[in-house]
Design a protein around this ligand. Structure first.
Ligand code: HEC
Length: 103
């Protein structure tokens, strides 16, 4: 194999791994975010475990769309606002871990 075909092979492999992990491309980075900067503020809203904001009885997100909207609204309050792809990524993570809406 010449170097450029090795490169292409590696690229194809990377694509494959990503596809297998879909729809949450990087669970670890989403978890770090949700349990980091997001938690600091949520902990003040719900007492105790900050992730309870996603499981409380009167939670606000009703479907995937409203979840993305809420992530967007919260994201604007961060020091560094989120990119739309990050909002979508976080919403997908939250949906898989807490909400389980059908998409
Ligand atoms: C500056 C404060 C603040 C930060 C930072 C923040 N949030 Fe929130 N978030 C809130 C508040 C306040 C609520 C509750 C809104 C309500 O009850 O009306 C909330 C609610 C939510 C909900 C809805 C929970 C439900 O009831 O279903 C989601 C989802 C959410 N936040 C995601 C995030 C994510 C993801 C981040 C980090 C990227 C984040 N938030 C960062 C303040 C914050």
């Amino acid at each position: 194999m010449n170097p450029s075909s090795i490169f292409l092979f590696a690229l194809a492999l990377a694509g494959l791994t990503q596809a297998q992990n879909a729809p949450v491309a990087n669970v670890e980075s989403a978890r770090k975010m949700v349990e980091g900067p997001c938690t600091e503020c949520h902990g003040q809203v719900v007492k105790g475990d900050a992730t309870a904001i996603f499981t409380r009885a009167d939670r606000r997100a009703r479907d995937h769309e409203s979840l993305v909207k809420q992530v967007h609204a919260c994201g604007t309050q961060l020091k560094t606002p989120l990119f739309p792809e990050e909002e979508e990524h976080l919403a997908t993570y939250l949906n898989q871990r807490f909400y389980q809406f059908k998409q």
